[in-house]
Design a protein around this ligand. Structure first.
Ligand SMILES: Cc1cc2nc3c(=O)[nH]c(=O)nc-3n(C[C@H](O)[C@H](O)[C@H](O)COP(=O)(O)OP(=O)(O)OC[C@H]3O[C@@H](n4cnc5c(N)ncnc54)[C@H](O)[C@@H]3O)c2cc1C
Length: 356
């Protein structure tokens, strides 16, 4: 049997029928695969009538389509908006679903297979920009992507009265203080400041020490764990799901996600693995402590689960038992430390928690 559904509902009906008749089902796109990957003697579902362009965001260069669209039909639609796919296979009589599903590729050592163009494109961001980072605004779908790279261009002033005269900071601190009485406001504050700070594409060219640093005007609590780089998505989605499942847990913006190269330093959080640092923050408006225990514990649980190691200089609740599991060379380091400081002269309360 051959079907050409026009909606998700019709796809469901075909699947229900297949289940009833105990048939297997195979989806087909352009039917262009030289292998028999798209073949079946059961039900064949051709996706060619689910081929709409659903959304075009020229700012983000992001397009949402139904998977049955032929690339040949997609190209002129992209072209109308000044967009194009950044790489293609050798033919266009193939569908979005087909090329994504079968690992279609072309060439260019900086370009991945076509599936790497789909949305959460961490590797290509990391390759594109030397100092790539991104910020997630909790309680929202908003992410701000930040590329930082070397340039020979002269510094350009980025005068912005709202931030230069600290009006934005005063406003944020005041709103955060109000939200200590009305925690439900935090999601709104996060979205509002995303809009204020990162509305559209912004460019800034300045001396490196001005680009990498910022004026930290707030009292705040932070945690910042290094996790294996490949766990970034899993950990972030789990953090997001935790916040969605627990609406009473409040998270200030941003969750800042940064990346570092692995090294061979025995107690480096990046020991022997490229890492992602996921920094969470809770401000203390006018010095007032905001409840953070639930957020902190949930975050730590997720970080531990994905093999994280806490930043030595930021908040954590770990003790020697934890570090022994986290650091393969922990015992080796302890032996060296004990040899160099046999009387424990260089310990303090923090280090006792780490080493005893
Ligand atoms: C002349 C020619 C040149 C080619 N050049 C290249 C090339 O340069 N580089 C390269 O990598 N490949 C190349 N290919 C291979 C081609 O890109 C892949 O076979 C691609 O999958 C074809 O897309 P399709 O839409 O025809 O998929 P189909 O052959 O219809 O299906 C392929 C797979 O995708 C699944 N699928 C299709 N649509 C959907 C959907 N909507 N939802 C879920 N799953 C779906 C199918 O079930 C099947 O498993 C070429 C093929 C030809 C014939």
């Amino acid at each position: 049997m051959y079907f050409q559904p026009t909606s998700v509902e019709e796809v469901r009906e075909v699947l229900a029928l297949a289940r009833q008749q105990n048939k297997r089902v195979k989806v087909v796109g352009g039917g262009h695969s030289p292998s028999d990957i798209a073949c079946t003697d059961g039900f064949m579902i051709h996706m060619g009538k689910m081929n709409r362009v659903l959304k075009v965001d020229t700012e983000k260069k992001q397009v949402t389509v139904e998977a049955g669209i032929l690339l040949a039909d997609l190209h002129p639609q992209l072209d109308k908006h000044g967009l194009a796919l950044s790489n293609l296979g050798a033919v266009s009589d193939v569908t979005a679903g087909g090329v994504i599903g079968s690992g279609t590729h072309n060439t260019g050592i900086k370009h991945g297979i076509l599936a790497t163009q789909v949305l959460d494109n961490l590797d290509s961001h990391l390759k594109k920009s030397e100092y790539f980072r991104f910020l997630w605004f909790p309680h929202s779908e908003n992410v701000s992507v930040i590329y930082q790279d070397h340039t020979n261009k002269p510094p350009s002033s980025s005068a912005n009265w709202f931030w230069d005269y600290a009006i934005g900071f005063y406003l944020l601190e005041f709103l955060l203080w109000i939200s200590t009485f009305l925690p439900g406001l935090v999601g709104w504050i996060n979205r509002f400041f995303f809009w204020l700070l990162f509305n559209g594409k912004k460019e800034n060219c300045n001396l490196s020490h001005k680009i990498f640093t910022y004026e930290c005007r707030f009292k705040q609590h932070v945690q910042d764990w290094a996790i294996p780089r490949e766990k970034t998505k899993e950990a972030l989605l789990e953090l997001k799901a935790m916040l969605e499942a627990n609406p009473k847990v409040v998270a200030h913006y941003p969750v800042e996600v940064r990346f570092t190269r692995g090294d061979d330093i025995l107690l480096s959080p990046c020991f022997q693995r490229d890492s992602c640092y996921m920094n969470i923050i809770m401000y203390r408006p006018y010095g007032k402590d905001v409840p953070r225990l639930d957020y902190w514990l949930a975050y730590e649980t997720i970080m531990k689960k994905v093999g994280g190691r806490p930043h030595w200089a930021k908040a954590h609740n770990c003790t020697r038992k934890d570090f022994e599991k986290m650091y393969p060379a922990f015992q080796r380091f302890c032996a060296i430390r004990e040899k160099l400081d046999p009387t424990g002269m260089f310990l303090n309360a923090y280090l006792e928690k780490v080493f005893y």
